[in-house]
Unconditional design. Structure first.
Length: 246
């Protein structure tokens, strides 16, 4: 019975686990990084916590006799993807990366593309004064020294590191609605939105709300995938890939 590892933590990973549990003859394990306090668990066997880098993941793959890997981690989880590609190559284990498509800027949207959180922080004062920061809990400290701006910071769990001195923190998990996002931005007098280009439907409503309110958006672009890695962009494609190699 082939043993499949899903590197998860996303909605796509949970949906893929549900799809694969319905496929006969597959032994499935999902791995979560353990960074969210109360994660939504996928069906089937679940392990939580890091592997100890590429070396630790290599050992684990061999010890667990993993036959194939689907990396369905967050598009910005660059380190685990790098480690997974390296470990899979060492073990001769087939691997595919499941990445939801990026968001695309509407024709009249005011998008400002930047490479990382540091670049976003550098650009931000020239774009607005009251920012809606929706980059998750990692990287918020890049904005900690910005004393002249006000921030509404939204994350699932409290951010790591320092917060900006003038900030309101709200803890929430998507999906969000356009009506709700529009109301929130109006109430907090938001004049710039900061987001990672995560893609997907769970948090896309903020982009439509910003467009409706004519609010500019600072968009942090995704880190590049390792060269030569195989990819699929949806759950059905990942399930078909697993079916084809098992």
């Amino acid at each position: 019975m082939p043993r499949i590892l899903i590197l998860g933590g996303t909605g796509e990973a949970r949906a893929l686990a549900a799809a694969l549990t319905d496929m006969p003859g597959i032994d499935l394990v999902s791995s979560l990084a353990g960074r969210v306090a109360n994660p939504i668990l996928p069906p089937g066997e679940v392990r939580s916590g890091g592997f100890g880098g590429a070396d630790g993941l290599t050992r684990w793959i061999r010890e667990q006799a993993i036959d194939a890997i689907v990396d369905a981690t967050h598009p910005f989880a660059a380190q685990i993807t790098t480690n997974a590609v390296l470990a899979a190559d060492r073990c001769g284990t087939p691997l595919v990366v499941l990445r939801r498509p990026e968001w695309q800027a509407p024709v009249n949207a005011q998008w400002n593309l930047v490479s990382d959180t540091a670049a976003a922080a550098e650009l931000l004062p020239s774009v607005g004064t009251r920012a809606f920061l929706t980059i998750g809990r990692q990287g918020v400290d890049a904005f900690a020294g910005m004393a002249t701006m006000w921030f509404l910071v939204r994350a699932i769990d409290p951010p790591e590191g320092k917060m900006p001195p003038r900030a309101e923190l709200t803890l929430a998990r998507g999906p969000f609605t356009v009506a709700g996002e529009t109301s929130l931005m109006r109430q907090r007098r938001i004049d710039v939105l900061v987001t990672k280009n995560s893609g997907g439907e769970q948090t896309a409503a903020k982009l439509e709300a910003a467009e409706r309110l004519d609010i500019p958006v600072v968009v942090i672009e995704r880190p590049p995938l390792p060269a030569g890695v195989s990819t699929v962009d949806d759950v059905s494609g990942a399930a078909a890939w697993v079916a084809a190699i098992t």
